[in-house]
Design a binder for this molecule. Sequence first.
Ligand code: GLA
Ligand code: ZN
Length: 669
Amino acid sequence: MNYPNVFLHGGDYNPDQWLDYPEVLLEDIRLMKLAGINAVSLGIFAWARLEPEEGRYDFEWMDEIVERLTENGIGIVLATPSAARPAWLAQRYPEVLRCNERFERMHYGERHNHCLTSPVYREKVRQIDTALARRYAGHKDILMWHIGNEFGGDCRCPLCAEAFREWLRNKYGTLEELNRRWWTGFWSQRYTDWSQIEPPSPMGEVSNPSMWLDWRRFETCQCASFVRMEREAVQAVNADIPVTINLMERFRDYDYFTLAKEIDVVSWDSYPTWGSGDDMALAANVAMQHDLMRSFKRKPFLLMESTPSLVNWKPHNKLKRPGMHLLSSLQAVAHGSQSVMMFQWRKGRGGSEAFHGAVVSHDGRSDTRVFRDVAEVGQVLAGLQPVLDARNQAGVCILFDYENLWALERVQAAQLGNMRYIDTVLLFYRSLWEQGIAVDFADMSEETSLEGYKVVIAPMLFMFRGGIEEKMRRFTEKGGVLVTTFFSGIVDADHLTYLGDAPHGLTDVLGLRAEEIDALYPEEFNTLAFEDGRNLPLEELCELPRDVTAEVMGVYGSDFYAGMPALTRNRFGRGTAWYLAGKPDPYGMKIVMDIILAEVKLPKADAEIDHQEGIVATARGEYIFLQNYSGEAQKVNLGRPMFDLIGQRRIEDGWMLPANGIMILKEER
Ligand code: GLA
Ligand code: ZN
């Protein structure tokens, strides 16, 4: 496989905007070399230029671009153009257009909005993908296929509705079974004919959570089979070129663990709003996304898109502060990225993204701040070759599951809305990340194994599926440290509650049962009170455990449940199972995790480094990425002389790390 053997540095290259400007296209190459670009993602939205009318392909312009790039040593991540269709296609075959939530057919325009079920769309995509592959897949500089772009969203057209019913028929066999598992005895929802079932919609049924879960699974399935179709089209020509799709942050539409099975390499697009007040919180969230991306395939990933300066789609689009482009780019590398790619190479003159950050601006200059920042990243990456084969190793696994996310999205319980599942996961993640403790993620699918981890954290696993309770039990029995929380083990994979005590199947492991859960108003809080007098605020949700045989490590501080256990520890087999009944703030969570981890030996990237808050160390193999998100220059004491790969210098001990500064340190032998 042509998997990159260097760190890729580059970005979306859309020369199809510039075909009338040959001098610009020539200049691109000169500038790319100056910026240290060694790879581009080519042709992501180029369908209208590649197939100007149905069945007539025009590859000549792309031939020239491909030629020029490869002559100059620039590798190509070649896109299939399926993420935006030409106008002629929509006009001729309206079935390719998506129907929205209200079942209305959309008109031609925008992108990422076609029907993934439509046989016509699939066939047209298959044809152009095949033609592209025949033309270019023999080329040694095609590093990878970039299938579509940022797959997302739903279609509720008649074809999709029929496919949904078909999917349900396959899953349930009989309507009787569906009625039973969708609990349709409520509100007279019994279906007596398959044709009565429509996709969930505010125009019709929207509050049956079991149906919602199946809809999300079905949509995942449609996307997966679409990606598979594209993958097969291009790999039929050359099976050696790996395939990627670019994923997104905090995405909710499809199960990424499932989609990742359809591709060879995970890549993703990261657009945090750096510099808007709390970069530390933001960096924690981005770090979590990076680790999640790495976890989908348990392999290094690619940062496919990022902006070299600003975006143009948030209410306030801030410039990256000095140093931030290097810092955020290398943060990705610290967590396992094999690339730093950007959107986009050159700003267009028009269209909606003409003012989105790009390497080259409208002035065409190479002496801009942004261009220099990009060139600096190119230079640093070129010196990081030894890091490429270093791998992230984690002793902690956090369970994060898309089906649980969907289940929480639609449950009408203590809090309406999504119950802030991802934020709760982040709360745990951040407390570890800040201490330089590495984390993997896993979902609840059958193949998930908890073997090899010292600590497993299962925040807010409202749904249990795939036998996860058995895995958690065995993990604890065999000596692991299990951490669970409020609102766990309540429903099964059908979104039907278990009958019996919660968390399902784990009450003996935890030494308690969870009986009720209380919601707090946004301005309200309870506390987690410790024997030594410490008191931590608890927010949002407070669960009330009963029949507690576990050791009580902390109790509620107020309300009618004051004095009831809020943090417990239970020895089970050779291991320990913790239960946190309420939700601390980030500061409190750090203290809780310190208590929990006191008995576990976990490697910390910053074990010997003395630093202030706002500095974070992340280890990738033997390399320690020391990152400053505090917004100020900070003194760090390394504790021993080390070598910094960025500055290419030996660092004795004390060192001033500037605001947004980063060092990549290696032990000196
Ligand atoms: C997404 C898309 C790109 C571009 C950028 C802008 O990530 O994939 O085509 O629109 O956003 O931030
Ligand atoms: Zn459709």
